[in-house]
Design a binder for this molecule. Structure first.
Ligand code: NYM
Length: 212
């Protein structure tokens, strides 16, 4: 689908607690946008395929221990190593649906007690999402959903803190969906939000950087 000269793809980010349904919903959203003829890719962070991503993966599965600041910076580096590719994809007209982004980075690390401004700093200059969709679920409900997979952070008390940090980060370009609705309901709401955003970007909305 062509558009104006400065037409581009949209950067759509999904955020939420562990087990809120992000992965299922982002996969479905990509299929939907593709079916409408929009070039779309599903991205996720951490991207475990890179060497930085493998260090993160090993940390998350408790196979290695890292200082809280160190792992925070690795998560950020994992976004930086994909930044230029992200920009070129968007400029070439591909929409990116991204399962977790800088907000996960800040929410999870600051929930451990790290200073929130310190956590935000390494994210400055990454591309700002056009919309952040927050799949809102009470931590207790998320914990009930087939249980946690046993990775680091997948504990009720910690997830409660993460939820509070997400609330502090929530700003004007966030859309909140009740993740306790049916899967179809969430899917529909997400489609509407994303489609609206894709159209705005097609019309030439300029790209901007965090934290805007
Ligand atoms: N996580 C994810 C962070 O702590 N910082 C980050 O920057 C990102 C992107 O990694 N519990 C945490 C959140 C999750 C975990 O994510 C792995 P997933 O979506 O389960 O692969």
């Amino acid at each position: 689908r062509g558009g104006k000269e400065d037409s581009r793809g949209a950067l759509v980010v999904l955020e939420g607690l562990d087990r809120c349904g992000k992965t299922t919903q982002s996969t479905r959203l990509v299929k939907h946008l593709e079916s409408l003829g929009y070039s779309t890719e599903l991205w996720r962070y951490p991207d475990r395929s890179t060497s930085v991503g493998q260090m993160i993966s090993s940390y998350l599965s408790n196979k290695s221990q890292l200082d809280d600041h160190t792992i925070h910076l690795l998560f950020s580096a994992n976004r930086w190593e994909k930044r230029s590719l992200m920009e070129s994809k968007l400029k070439s007209g591909t929409t990116l649906v991204v399962d977790r982004y800088s907000y996960s980075g800040v929410a999870f690390s600051s929930a451990k007690g790290l200073d929130i401004e310190w956590c935000k700093a390494p994210e400055i200059g990454l591309l700002a999402p056009d919309v952040v969709v927050y799949l809102d679920i009470p931590p207790e409900k998320a914990a009930e959903r087939g249980g946690y997979g046993g990775e680091r952070y997948e504990q009720l008390e910690f997830q409660k803190k993460v939820g509070q940090r997400y609330q502090d980060l929530c700003s004007a370009n966030w859309k909140i969906i009740d993740a306790c609705s049916t899967m179809e309901d969430v899917e529909k709401q997400l489609q509407e939000i994303a489609l609206d955003c894709v159209k705005t970007c097609q019309e030439g909305k300029p790209l901007s950087c965090l934290w805007s």
